[in-house]
Design a binder for this molecule. Structure first.
Ligand code: E4P
Length: 280
């Protein structure tokens, strides 16, 4: 059993039943993150898909119901809702979706990918008073751009989500990126909170707590395992370290290198999982 940490704990998932299970076990739930791939695995959506694919409106209605159910479980927390984006989606189109989704629940953060279009949408969303979560972050430079694009935001309005597990998957020590971002933001004004994501097991979970990340999002089972005190071996030291870089948070966001191939691959996969549910 664990004491409640200073780091907020979010469930990474698309099924409110799992979120309820975590809340029952911990006695609290600080929030939830969702994404198109996770929503596509929701049991009710799977049942509907077994009867036939959905229209875009029907699928969005299902997504809305899921986040409304989760929002009720964490009324003082935050629920991240992701816009649909593929390589061609414009900032305007992302912002329009974000505005609509932000109205679904009182405690939404809208997820935009860290691309030029996603950051432009986020910059405008923040200016409109929306809360945002900049997702698919794989580099310190991308996080610096998030900071710079959302300079006017209040604390709590902006999250950045480093995806540690996907970097580990290709042999790089993903937790270093989270650590580097936390260190870099230490010199800033604190308006962006670090939400460590793509957490694959208890070792990641504990490392993220040790780093003092603002938020961890993890699959329900990982949170339950951590809470039960389960221990698993940490990585075997073979992951390639990622070095800290000196970056100027006062620079224009467009001056940072926004590109990362895992961001591109992530956008493609989210779009594919979403489109696979839709009637052609
Ligand atoms: C976070 O917001 C994402 O939904 C998530 O952590 C992605 O994790 P994965 O790399 O295990 O898909």
């Amino acid at each position: 059993m664990t004491d409640r940490p200073d780091t907020r704990i979010f469930v990474d998932g698309g099924d409110p039943t799992e979120s309820q299970r975590v809340k029952d076990a911990l006695g609290y739930l600080d929030g939830q993150t969702t994404n198109p791939s996770l929503v596509s695995k929701n049991p009710h959506i799977r049942e509907r898909i077994a009867q036939g694919k959905l229209t875009s409106e029907e699928l969005l209605e299902e997504y809305k119901k899921i986040v409304q159910d989760v929002s009720r479980l964490t009324p003082d927390g935050s629920v991240s809702i992701e816009v649909y984006a593929d390589a061609d989606t414009t900032a305007e189109a992302m912002l329009a979706q974000g505005r609509e989704m932000f109205g679904w629940i009182p405690n939404a953060h809208i997820k935009f990918p860290i691309t030029a279009a996603g950051l432009e949408a986020a910059e405008r969303a923040v200016a409109d008073g929306m809360r945002v979560n900049l997702t698919l972050c794989f580099s310190q430079a991308q996080a610096a751009a998030v900071y710079a694009a959302t300079r006017e935001a209040k604390k709590g309005q902006v999250f950045v989500s480093p995806f540690v597990g996907r970097l580990d998957d290709r042999g790089e020590r993903g937790m270093d990126v989270a650590a580097d971002i936390i260190r870099m933001y230490g010199a800033g004004d604190g308006h962006v909170e670090v939400l460590t994501a793509s957490v694959r097991g208890v070792p990641h979970f504990r490392q993220a707590l040790d780093l003092g990340t603002d938020i961890i999002t993890a699959p329900a089972q990982v949170i339950l395992d951590w809470h039960a005190g389960k221990s698993e071996p940490a990585d075997d030291g073979k992951l390639k370290p990622i070095s800290y870089r000196e970056l100027d948070l006062d620079a224009d966001w467009r001056s940072f290198d926004l590109h990362h191939d895992l961001t591109d691959a992530g956008i493609e996969k989210f779009a594919a999982d979403w489109n696979a549910l839709l009637k052609q």
